[in-house]
Design a protein around this ligand. Structure first.
Ligand SMILES: *Cc1c(COP(=O)(O)O)cnc(C)c1O
Length: 217
């Protein structure tokens, strides 16, 4: 059990101070999350709505939950009451739905636009052009209950540094093009296998699961 904390502290010690760590707890039990919470981690990421709902019920209310997985419109209403950020906004449809449900309860939801940077098929995400368009719409205040908080991307599952760097730089370039202030906006890229490369490529938020909690089944 204590290895979770050891993994966590080792990763924390290598992260630059400006880089936010989202501990990705999907598939891992609430006991492990509580252990990490007691060690000081307050930001957790989950990718499935049902699992997130079950866990948040049982855990301290000051955890900042980040939804990092694909979200369906009909499930938005379940997460909007408590989630801190939705990192996986990948369509205008879902943006409209988040704003609508947030308005009902007068709550601002932080959102990140998920941009497809991997060459692999089947990954969700907007093209950089689509992300730019949605960003512009959000800036026009079309979604008053949504707070634009940055960009999220997942690179190809590979150890090839040049592929990773190329994909991460696509997102970094968009981040710079939109002129986002890194002190208030997240450039969320990097997972257990590639977070060091992501940070070198400009990430200020990383989503790390298995390197902390161990491998998933
Ligand atoms: C599972 C997941 C992660 C974490 O993956 P690890 O390789 O376990 O660190 C990060 N981001 C997203 C979107 C995920 O679904």
């Amino acid at each position: 059990m204590s290895t979770i904390i050891e993994n966590y502290q080792e990763i924390k010690s290598t992260l630059p101070e400006n880089v936010q760590l989202v501990a990705v707890s999907k598939t891992h039990p609430v006991e492990s999350i509580k252990q990490l919470y007691d060690a000081g981690q307050k930001i957790f990421g989950e990718n499935k709505v049902q699992e997130l709902l079950e866990k948040q019920e049982l855990l301290p209310k000051d955890i900042q939950w980040h939804l990092i997985g694909h979200l369906q419109s009909n499930k938005v209403k379940f997460v909007v009451p408590f989630v801190d950020s939705i990192q996986s906004v990948d369509s205008k449809k879902i943006l409209i739905q988040i704003n609508k449900e947030a308005e009902k309860i007068s709550r601002m939801i932080k959102i990140l636009l998920q941009v497809k940077i991997a060459s692999e098929e089947s990954k969700y995400g907007l093209s950089p052009e689509e992300a730019e368009e949605l960003f512009t719409e959000i800036n026009l205040k079309n979604y008053p209950f949504v707070k634009f908080s940055g960009l999220m991307g997942m690179a190809t599952f590979t150890e090839d540094e040049s592929v990773l760097q190329k994909e991460f730089s696509t997102l970094k370039n968009l981040f710079q093009k939109l002129d986002l202030d890194p002190d208030v906006h997240l450039l969320s890229m990097g997972m257990s296998g590639d977070y060091k490369t992501a940070i070198r490529s400009g990430a200020n938020s990383v989503r790390v699961g298995s390197a902390i909690f161990g491998t998933r089944n």
